[in-house]
Design a protein around this ligand. Structure first.
Ligand SMILES: N[C@@H](CCC(=O)N[C@@H](CS)C(=O)NCC(=O)O)C(=O)O
Length: 94
């Protein structure tokens, strides 16, 4: 499972940093996603946004916004959708 985030998982005042909120929800559901930083900035022209993470986000979703979760064949874009997914898919211990 991979979570694409912007520059990191820093904490901000409420309503909180979307990437951090998504990560917290995944942890609370028992997941330990690999983190890929997209860096860059979506409002910059594409040629200035050539990090590996950002290229992958574009390829996966056709847009630049993170967080994006990839779990198997499932792609979930946006913190609220990821939080909902995490609540519905708690990790089942093996
Ligand atoms: N409503 C979105 C907002 C997400 C958001 O603000 N993402 C920022 C990073 S924290 C972003 O992708 N900004 C554009 C960019 O970094 O290119 C959500 O909750 O997921």
């Amino acid at each position: 499972m991979t979570l694409y985030v912007c520059w990191g998982l820093f904490r901000t005042p409420k309503p909180g940093h979307p990437c951090r909120n998504a990560h917290d929800a995944l942890l609370a559901a028992g997941h330990r996603p690999d983190i890929v930083r997209a860096r860059g900035w979506g409002l910059l022209p594409a040629f200035l946004n050539r990090t590996r993470g950002r290229r992958q986000v574009r390829t996966l979703t056709g847009q630049d916004w993170v967080p994006v979760l990839v779990s198997g064949d499932t792609i979930v874009q946006g913190s609220k959708a990821i939080i909902g997914w995490a609540q519905q898919h708690p990790r089942v211990p093996s």
